[in-house]
Ligand binder design. Structure first.
Ligand SMILES: CC(=O)[C@@H](O)[C@H](O)COP(=O)(O)O
Ligand SMILES: NCC(=O)COP(=O)(O)O
Length: 259
């Protein structure tokens, strides 16, 4: 199983002080040494962590392929076309959100996405669509002739955290998931089944499948055991663990779990 390490959260720490430290660029060599397969970054419209200058330097200096996540906004797509990462992953963005809350609505935004995919392909950038594990979204992605889809695992991760991660005992508890454990267990099983079924269907349509969002050292093996998923993109949990273990060890630990 391939691992893309999302290094956005190094920039989150830097932006907490609005200075130049820590610099996400410094992570590139460590990711390579720890056998990461890809660097993932998200150039958000509000530039809350990764900035244009970071993206430019990371793409120029990385010896690993760079997967640049971005919205479908015209201006952002033009920036990505100039930056020329190996891959662009198109994601939904909502200025108010704490983090990406769901997959791209490929149906409602079909024409805008088509335009973005064509521009990116013209610039020799492979394209992935960050979508929910939903048959219609997969079929529309296939129609758009993208190379990859990335299945949003945020719902799965939230259920897991409420069931096994003690989240319900904190002020971050997710109200709509405050359910009896038996019910959460069923929801978790169903969520995994949905992801498995979606990845199998996408492979049948010749789409390569990545998955990510909210994956961590506890929940990841439930997803990495799905053979029709080729790659995981993981950020927050790896960077959080690296505070204690160092980034090199945090990546090795994740690689060991998903091999
Ligand atoms: C699309 C996705 O899942 C990641 O890019 C994630 O959103 C990164 O973290 P932030 O949501 O904090 O930007
Ligand atoms: N596309 C998902 C990603 O890059 C990482 O998300 P997270 O692990 O930071 O939640």
């Amino acid at each position: 199983m391939l691992l893309g390490v999302n290094i956005d959260h190094i920039a989150v720490l830097r932006e907490a002080r609005k200075i130049n430290d820590p610099n996400p660029l410094d992570a590139l060599g460590i990711c390579k040494l720890a056998n990461a397969d890809q660097i993932t970054i998200h150039l958000r419209e509000d530039r809350r962590h990764i900035h244009d200058e970071d993206a430019e330097k990371i793409i120029k200096n990385s010896t690993l392929p760079v997967n640049l996540e971005c919205s479908i906004n015209d201006e952002i797509i033009d920036i990505v076309c100039n930056l020329k990462p190996q891959r662009a992953t198109l994601v939904p963005e909502n200025r108010q959100e704490v983090t990406t809350e769901g997959g791209l609505d490929v149906k409602s935004n079909y024409e805008q996405i088509k335009k973005a995919v064509e521009k990116l392909h013209k610039n020799e950038i492979e394209v992935s669509l960050f979508i929910d594990p939903n048959k219609e979204m997969i079929e529309l992605s296939s129609n758009l002739k993208v190379q990859w889809i990335e299945l949003h695992t945020g719902t799965f991760a939230n259920i897991y955290a409420m069931l096994y991660g003690n989240l319900s005992n904190t002020h971050h508890s997710i109200k709509e998931l405050e359910l009896p454990r038996t019910q959460l267990k069923t929801l978790l099983d169903n969520s995994k089944k949905e992801i498995k079924k979606a990845s199998k269907y996408a492979n049948e349509l010749n789409l390569k499948v990545a998955a990510g969002h909210g994956l961590n050292y506890q929940n990841v093996t439930m997803i990495s055991s799905i053979k029709t998923i080729q790659e995981l993109n993981i950020g927050q949990s790896i960077i959080a663990r690296s505070v204690y273990t160092g980034l090199y060890q945090a990546i090795l630990d994740m690689k060991e779990l998903i091999k």
